[in-house]
Design a protein around this ligand. Structure first.
Ligand SMILES: [Zn+2]
Length: 155
């Protein structure tokens, strides 16, 4: 395993749409493990492949909201998104030190593949649902400076 370098403050790259994963091989497993190691070191809630320089539809997320497990979502789809949540300010490892106000769905259901290509459904709400929507956006080339209202500390 190895740490990957994060792409930061680069809207030209982070603004691109990622392509689906079609091959579930050792290279993919290594990438996912590297992303998990990188996210653990950065103490983040989620990380998408474009943030480590790879335009493929892969992200990992803290699925319990406590850092105990990072799960991979490959070729994710949003099955449903309901309710509104504006409780949290949102940050991003690619835009360090900045916070944005963004209204997200309160609950989401996603379908994705794991590192072996097996499909699974995953339901989340509140903080975890926000994280999944944030990471999904990265795969569409959408970043929080594009959609959020920046909040400065002394406001
Ligand atoms: Zn992000």
């Amino acid at each position: 395993m190895a740490l990957r370098n994060l792409v930061k403050n680069d809207n030209e790259f982070l603004g691109k749409k990622s392509r689906p994963v079609t091959v579930f091989d050792d290279k993919l497993s290594t990438l996912v493990e590297d992303m998990k190691e990188t996210l653990r070191k950065e103490v983040g809630a989620g990380l998408a492949a474009p943030q480590v320089g790879i335009l493929r539809r892969i992200f990992i997320a803290d699925i319990h909201g406590d850092g105990s497990e990072y799960k991979e979502f490959i070729n994710p789809e949003i099955i449903s998104a309901t309710g509104k949540n504006d409780r949290y300010l949102e940050g991003c490892l690619s835009y360090p030190g900045r916070s944005f106000r963004i209204t997200r769905a309160h609950k989401v259901k996603m379908r994705a593949q794991d590192v072996n290509g097996n499909f699974f459904d995953f339901k989340a709400e509140d903080f975890v649902a926000r994280c999944l929507q944030h990471e999904f956006d990265h795969l569409e080339g959408i970043t929080i400076p594009m959609i959020g209202e920046e909040v400065f500390e002394n406001e």
